[in-house]
Design a protein. Structure first.
Length: 295
């Protein structure tokens, strides 16, 4: 039994709507429905009365809701107790970060934080956009380090998940310098999965005007959403792609890659879960805001 099933069930019990609950849990409605069904299979009885609208709980579902809420509450309390530092331990922060930022930005940011807020331990989840979102929403992580562009909606309530802008980056349309003579609209495109953050940015009108990601021109799709994977494909001469400038600075400086058009600016944002208020989190947050103001 997956703990996320309990969280899904409690959310659905509160909102009484599959679509709204799926949106809050940052999964598709079909995936959310499958998880609820899996929980019912595990429990062994129907938990929902699907003949009524809005969604209501069966008598067994109402009893199980109390159990689910108590389990989640006890787990959260236990985790909080276990993460309280012992006298000799460093306080620790948990950060979910997009793959690229975990490599190009996080190490330097952590160093600046420690200079301003003191030494701390860290736990880093380097993952895709949706998994990082889920990690901060469900409270597994304190912070979310992400790119931001207006083409990609970020459904985090400002009062529950405030943010500050830590820096700037951009995505650059590039190809291998040895294939420069072939660069153009007919040159094969390498792209990210359509539901990834950079995949969505690369489908915005501004990006389409430079490198149109039409079905007839795409040669390779990197399903794991890692920009480093596409970087290696470009360097191997397989095509052109949008890549974060911070990831390819040396490739551009050494002329291993050439820029094919206008780049698209991105913000680097840090979101925090407001209900996490341990002293180290407050110190890191205050230091981050000061750095943001000094940019």
């Amino acid at each position: 039994m997956d703990i996320k099933w309990l969280e899904d069930f409690v959310t659905l019990s509160r909102l009484q709507s599959f679509s709204r609950a799926a949106e809050e849990r940052h999964v598709t409605q079909s995936a959310f429905s499958r998880r609820i069904q899996a929980l019912e299979t595990w429990v062994g009885v129907p938990l929902l009365d699907r003949s009524r609208f809005p969604t209501t709980l069966t008598p067994e579902g109402r009893r199980f809701r109390e159990t689910a809420e108590e389990i989640l509450r006890n787990l959260l309390q236990s985790r909080a107790a276990l993460t309280v530092s012992s006298p000799g331990d460093l306080p620790c922060i948990a950060v979910a970060a997009l793959h690229t930022l975990s490599v190009t930005f996080f190490p330097q940011w952590l160093s600046r934080m420690e200079k301003a807020a003191g030494m701390c331990g860290s736990r880093l989840l380097s993952d895709d956009f949706h998994n990082c979102m889920a990690a901060i929403v469900d409270g597994s992580y304190d912070f979310f380090l992400t790119f931001y562009h207006e083409a990609v909606p970020l459904l985090l309530h400002p009062s529950q998940f405030p943010h500050c802008v830590l820096g700037q980056d951009s995505v650059v349309p590039v190809g291998h310098s040895l294939h420069q003579a072939h660069l153009g609209s007919s040159y094969p495109l390498l792209m990210y999965s359509s539901n990834s953050f950079l995949g969505q940015v690369c489908q915005c009108p501004q990006a389409q005007a430079v490198l149109p990601y039409g079905a007839d021109t795409v040669r390779h799709v990197n399903e794991n959403a890692m920009a480093e994977g596409l970087r290696q494909m470009v360097l191997a001469g397989h095509g052109c792609a949008w890549l974060p400038r911070s990831l390819i600075e040396k490739d551009l400086e050494t002329n291993r890659m050439v820029v094919m058009g206008q780049e698209i600016p991105l913000e680097i944002r840090l979101y925090r879960k407001a209900e996490h208020t341990r002293p180290v989190i407050e110190q890191v947050w205050q230091a981050s805001q000061q750095i943001a103001l000094c940019k």
